[in-house]
Design a protein around this ligand. Structure first.
Ligand code: TRP
Length: 342
């Protein structure tokens, strides 16, 4: 019997938008790692979600493959978790089409993320795609196709999860109880800010100066910390955002005594920011070193092997769900065991 059977199932996805940074690591990914012990985890790379805005095919493929390796290097364990690429399990998109018939147009119109993205896309691209509008329905399919009970996501995804529950309820009401109503697994994600503009959240879209990539060369990693914005003038009562950000990074990476030591110096007004920055760099590197060493050894062949293995495991479950969904809603070829029973 599978050792999985008693475990609650977790499903989560991440878009292949380019290199991972320490905000992604200390936010989402570290949570994923912790969940692997307690839950049966399905983690995937949402490449079909990435085509809801303009994309470059070659870059998408490269980003997807690299993200597989990045996640393996971070410690996603393919022995315990199912790690795969969304498009390699095409059942997701078929279930999405079924769910399109159960999702309210008005509900989708109310999605905050769509409204925000739409505004951005309207300014920067030729048109706003129907895919961008339908994004949350594909997300519902991603989760329910595995009967996911818990979904680790950030606050910004709660509305999408609410829609997922609504779709599940609607399906169950019309076609008999089948899907669970998945719940979010919210964990605190530290708000890591850009070193160059510490009033803004660390993000790739701001440009390379604004994020510390997990796997970038040590030299540029250090350069960004070294030149990080600190105080611009005499300090008032509250710590400046740049200094607060350095302290946050230290707290995440160093022993409590180290952190407390610098806090005391700050309180006494004897702190030297150059020393604080060196400490931040050294401790972050210490945390990241094992990941970086693992990443350096991984090859394209490893990515291919992992993707194949993950897709096979995921697809087995996905096909069962689709089979049952088709049967219940009255589409697809009549399965042999149903012939003559109605
Ligand atoms: N929309 C999610 C995000 O941007 C990514 C995602 C796609 C996802 N499908 C999912 C997350 C299913 C959880 C479950 O973060």
């Amino acid at each position: 019997m599978s050792p999985f059977k008693e475990k609650v199932r977790v499903v989560s996805g991440i878009q292949p938008t380019g290199e991972l940074h320490i905000g992604n690591y200390f936010g989402a990914i570290r949570n994923w790692l912790a969940l692997q012990d307690e839950y049966e985890c399905f983690f995937f790379i949402a490449d079909y979600h990435a085509i809801t805005e303009e994309w470059d095919p070659e870059q998408l493929r490269r980003n997807t493959q690299n993200l597989v390796l990045d996640l393996l290097a971070c410690g996603i364990d393919p022995e315990r978790s199912v790690l795969f690429v969304q498009s390699h399990v095409p059942e997701h998109t078929e279930l999405c089409w079924v769910f399109n018939a159960l999702a309210g147009y008005g509900d989708l119109q109310r999605m905050t993320q769509f409204k925000e993205k739409r505004e951005h896309v309207e300014r920067t691209q030729e048109f706003v795609s129907v895919g961008l509008f339908d994004y949350p329905v594909l997300q519902a399919a991603d989760i329910l196709i595995y009967h996911g009970a818990k979904v680790p996501v950030g606050e910004d995804q709660l509305q999408h999860l609410e829609l997922t529950r609504r779709i599940a309820r609607r399906f169950n009401a019309r076609f008999g109880a089948y899907f669970p109503e998945p719940e979010p697994l919210l964990s605190e994600a530290p708000r890591i800010m850009s070193p160059a503009a510490p009033e803004k959240k660390m993000s790739k879209s701001l440009g390379p100066k604004h994020y510390l990539a997990l796997f970038e060369p040590e030299e540029s990693f250090w350069e960004k910390i070294k030149t990080a914005v600190t105080d611009t003038g005499p300090q008032g009562e509250t710590m400046s955002p740049g200094v607060a950000n350095l302290f946050l990074l230290l707290k995440l990476s160093a022993a409590p005594e180290v952190y407390e030591g610098f806090r005391a110096e700050y309180a006494q007004g004897t702190i030297r920011y150059a020393k604080l920055k060196e400490a931040v760099f050294e401790h972050l590197m210490e945390v990241l070193r094992p990941l970086r060493e693992r990443r350096a050894k991984l090859t394209e062949a490893d990515a291919r092997a992992a993707m194949e293995r993950g897709a096979a495991k995921a697809q087995k479950v996905a096909q069962e769900t689709l089979h049952e969904v088709r049967r219940r809603i009255g589409v697809g070829p009549v399965p042999p065991d149903d012939v003559g029973t109605s």
